[in-house]
Design a binder for this molecule. Sequence first.
Ligand SMILES: [Zn+2]
Length: 423
Amino acid sequence: MLLQVLMNWRWLNKSQWLSRDQLYKIQARKLREIVARAYEGTVFYRRLYGVNRPVISSVQDIKKLPIITKDDVRKASLEDRTTRGTDINKCIRKTTSGTTGVPVTILEDPYSAAYREGLNLRRFWSYGVRPWHRIFRVVVGPVEKAFTENIADMAGIWGRIRTNRVTRLSSSGEIHDHLRIFKERRASVLFAPPSYFRALKEVCESRETRLNLKIAVTFGELLDMKTRRMISDFFDAEVFDVYSCTEVGQLAWECPTHTAYHINIDSVVLEFLRDGEDVQPGEAGEVVATSLYRQATPMIRYYLGDKATPIDDECPCGRGLPLLKNIEGRIVDSIIRPDGGYISPFTVMHTLQEVENLDQFRVIQRGNHSIEVQVKAASNIDKVLEAVDERCRILFRGMHYSIKLVQSIEPEKGKKFKIVARE
Ligand SMILES: [Zn+2]
């Protein structure tokens, strides 16, 4: 894998500086290939596109293809969505609950994993992260899962280098312990969701201590201005945000000049739509994403439920990758234990989204620490409720919680939707 990662990195380092036209040509070629692969190799896309393979000669031809939603993906079996010939044993299975709490599972094949690593290296290098920095990454999800993921996607020499250079901590671990580790090992780069930085600050304050980082990279949630300023001031760090999703991969990343986010058009297609039509530059649109490198379970014109604004400006950094701004992504709160302890929203999401036949969920904590878990399920309801209860008992040990079966989970009027909310 090491060689592939380095080759991808080398290519991606060059491609970011290509002209817009050259990049669009590469994008069109990759799109043609992935559509062909999906159509020839999966039952799902063959059924969706009909008897004739769609003809893609430019990126604009993507408009001929139907948009797929989380529901479409959930209704199809993973088998139907998997490309023929995929060695499932070599793939990493990833489940995510996205913005709305509807769990979707995909497979990441070794090719995609090596490509993802190339994208990560391109970004980290641009942010000034170097191998001699003390790098920490908060892995979202339960400890055991973080561990297996670590083993699965970090095999070989590349795995050893990465495991050596980047210390992974699970978001389900005790944040007090994390703080001790950061201090002992003099952490200088921290890669974590915004909610984690907020919780870390609270822990620092309760202990009347500070933590000075150098670089903070956020992902997984909306990074609001207040949190951005807090991370920069309190942790004395330069902050960079990344826009990605598990299903499609890394979509855009903040320019090192902080001008806006660069869209990885050499690796994905992003569309910004209103009523099915492209918005004008400067206008907010609903994001529809296509991965150009996910081979095992291709994702083509996948509706994300986020909003963002494409902009026409050239970036002062000189990269050819176009820009977007104002991402309205996922907003989540942390769950607070009566003793002041913190449960990461990602631990909650990762623990619940694995429940089979669970169509959607939402977790709300009220003022007196009590927790309500809303569950939507159409089949095997008793089994779903039982499995949710079992997981909640471990997640919220000793706390009062109730599980409520609901018909629909919708945002309340005038309120931003949060999968994990504290009211
Ligand atoms: Zn730039």
